[in-house]
Design a protein around this ligand. Structure first.
Ligand SMILES: [Fe+2]
Ligand SMILES: [Fe+2]
Length: 268
């Protein structure tokens, strides 16, 4: 099984970059399934139902989220009607939506799980390692091919999570820090791993936000309005190949695809 995962989509430039890059990436990798993290899709803050459909229309199979899940209020009831939108499973059990989904296509089934870390994250969540087994049990009734988007801040927590679940899932891909790491590998138990996939959006920026207001804040310590960058649009992520029988990873490869957009280099 061949899969593509793309890191956090930041604002309209990120969405446009994904729309532009996906046809190229599909041709290059011929993926069976495509997963993206959409937690910053709405101007950097969460996602709306309209944007969920805009992204799914690009033949994306699953959208994962993170600490920005609830930023747009209209998304709360929407989880009921769109199971392909998932949020971290270790949110309180009272939260709308689910933290995992199994999708199918081309006679194949693929499980996607979203989890969130606890170190230096804005909201306290349940232990992601202890909470995973009951979810894995349900997903493995349908497929051995499983990707976990582990949304977390620190490299150490992400690496520890990867080792904790090594051999139990096919791929662990980190998100949230928006900077792609160069540590893509297959762990000893057969799980493909990368600490962070990176992000989709304007890369001449501070992790997707325009530099100028952020530099102003650093200098003056005054609050500023942060805007999303459209400069140097680029799509970051990974391609992975999975043995369909065993669920073990065969390959992981980093993706950094620059794209040309009409808005390239302009202020957004
Ligand atoms: Fe993010
Ligand atoms: Fe995040």
């Amino acid at each position: 099984m061949r899969i593509i995962f793309l890191g956090d989509i930041v604002g309209e430039p990120g969405r446009d970059a994904v729309k532009t890059a996906l046809p190229m990436l599909k041709e290059r990798y011929a993926p069976d399934f495509i997963v993206v993290n959409g937690e910053n899709a709405a101007g950097g803050h969460g996602i709306t139902p309209r944007l969920v459909y805009e992204i799914l229309r690009c033949k994306v199979d699953v959208i994962t989220l993170g600490d920005h899940t609830w930023d747009q209020r209209e998304i709360l009831p929407f989880f009921e009607q769109e199971p392909r939108l998932i949020r971290p499973f270790n949110f309180p059990t009272t939260s709308p939506g689910l933290g995992w989904v199994v999708v199918s296509g081309n006679g194949k089934k693929f499980g996607v799980i979203n989890a969130m870390g606890r170190t230096f994250m804005p909201v306290p969540v349940d232990n992601p390692v202890l909470g995973l087994p009951p979810i894995l049990e349900q997903v493995k009734r349908e497929t051995n091919c499983i990707l976990v988007d582990f949304h977390a801040e620190t490299t150490s927590e992400k690496i520890a999570f990867g080792h904790a679940v090594d051999g139990q899932v096919s791929v662990v891909v980190g998100t949230h820090t928006h900077v792609q790491t160069a540590d893509d590998k297959i762990l000893p138990g057969g799980t493909a791993y990368i600490t962070d996939a990176g992000f989709c959006g304007g890369h001449d920026s501070v992790i997707g936000r325009d530099k100028e207001p952020i530099l102003e804040r650093y200098k003056t310590l005054m609050p500023v309005r942060m805007t999303v960058s459209a400069k140097q649009p680029q799509v970051d992520g990974i391609f992975a190949e999975i043995d369909e029988e065993t669920g073990k990873a065969l390959k992981i490869e980093r993706i950094q695809q620059a794209v040309e957009l009409p808005s390239n280099g302009k202020e957004k």
